[in-house]
Ligand binder design. Structure first.
Ligand code: S3P
Length: 173
């Protein structure tokens, strides 16, 4: 399509708790671009946390909101930094819209590093509730294939959020 590369939205994807929001904010500060976190926008729109949306309306309704919000945003805006929810690429339509209109970075983390963060993020993530560690590990690995896109993977294991943001900016040059 006809969006110049330097004006395309930058979209961050990856598993829950990998740092999409933190790194998105860093990118926003460094590039002087607006930052949009999809989960936070959906929370604002509905006046309740994502966990409550899952509880009262169900996951299906949340996925529908996610699809509407992301497709609209990705097809009507430029120059934004957008962090997606970790489940959004489960919907092929979202993935295709993002890949067609934006520069997508997949933030990857090893299972060993990720599992140390589980306690911190668990309470606010309905998808992780009532699961054994083994089931969460399975989910972690099955999601990796979904996030995989052409050469946009950023390994976040040994870098802090600011270094990761700098690395992403370098690859844009
Ligand atoms: C989800 C990830 C969450 C949020 C929802 C579902 C998922 O976003 O959208 O709880 O299915 O992976 P984060 O990746 O920002 O935690």
């Amino acid at each position: 399509n006809d969006i110049p590369l330097r004006e395309k939205n930058i979209v961050l994807i990856g598993f829950m708790g990998v740092g999409k929001t933190t790194i998105g904010r860093q990118l926003s500060d460094k590039l002087y671009r607006d930052f949009i976190d999809i989960d936070q926008e959906i929370e604002k729109l509905h006046g309740m946390p994502v966990s409550k949306i899952f509880e009262s309306m169900g996951e299906k309704a949340f996925r529908q909101m996610e699809k509407e919000f992301i497709t609209k945003l990705c097809t009507t805006t430029r120059l934004k930094i957008i962090s997606l929810g970790g489940g959004s690429f489960l919907q092929e339509e979202i993935k295709q819209v993002c890949l067609a209109n934006s520069i997508v970075f997949y933030l990857d983390l090893s299972w060993d590093s990720w599992k140390d963060r589980l306690q911190l993020i668990m309470d606010s993530r309905p998808v992780l509730q009532n699961k054994t560690l083994e089931e969460i590990e399975q989910l972690f690995y099955s999601r990796q294939a979904i996030y995989e896109t052409n050469n946009s993977k950023v390994s976040t294991d040994s870098l802090d959020p600011e270094e990761i943001a700098d690395h992403i900016i370098d690859t844009l040059k």
